[in-house]
Design a protein around this ligand. Sequence first.
Ligand code: GLU
Length: 303
Amino acid sequence: MSAVLPVVGRFAPSPTGPLHFGSVLAALGSCLSARSQGGRWLLRIEDVDAPRCSSAAAEGIVRTLESLGFEWDGPVVWQSARTEAYQAALELLRQAGQVFACACTRKEMADSALARDGTRRYPGTCRDGLPAGRSARAWRLRVGAGVVMFDDRIQGQVEEDVAADVGDFVLLRADGLFAYQLAVVVDDAEAGVTEVVRGADLLDSTPRQILLQQQLGYPVPAYAHLPVACNPAGEKLSKQTLARAVQGQAPARVLVDALGFLGQSPPPGLAEAPLAQVWDWARAHWDLGQVPRQRSLPAPAYA
Ligand code: GLU
């Protein structure tokens, strides 16, 4: 008989601004999925991209999650304190010949094709060695040919030819910071995360993360990508689109709206009930099968 791994989920916000309705969806979906299976649920602050993050925003996110009644297991993990782990992973890949130094500047790549996520597809310039007289700026993963496929628990089968669509992607940036793609994979593996439940805006990143997991010999977690919340202009709620903070809204109302957004059917009046009752209902009735498959849906008016 094979041992069944205990379920471990996580919420991993980037502290670039206050917690908005869109991030509550990822927090709630990941938490309820793990808890409804008797699993653990972790909180990790993804402040690896230091120039875009602030500790005030991170503290605000933690406080808002507490005020909404979220309870995570163990201490909060901060990516800014985990550089050594990312360095060690990069070193492993370097020893295995899976990464290469790249001298290309953004300007030099301005003519390459656009990848699906809007970044430039890497044309392979430094793949076989740095051009004479140039020095390393970034480190990239050598992406082999072939399609990466996975079964998303909400979106169904997803596939991507990463070599064709993205090309060799950056793991250590020219500014000396580790890329999100590497940090997230190392952190999830080290924490024993078995399922990643997050917004569908990250669906395009998942094949890259699976490639990294395979190269580093990590298990591949299960994935479920939730619809993201959009404003009336159809833009994903984010700091850039001026999403409003949920701090200040009645916590039970926010949770009940998030449950409704995620296809659950909270009973009338639950938003007026005590917060603990909302959580009891949510844990007892969570059903991933009810989450809409759309990649985006309109957010409530206050968001
Ligand atoms: N830090 C990412 C964000 O806030 C989420 C990363 C993840 O869930 O893998 O968009």
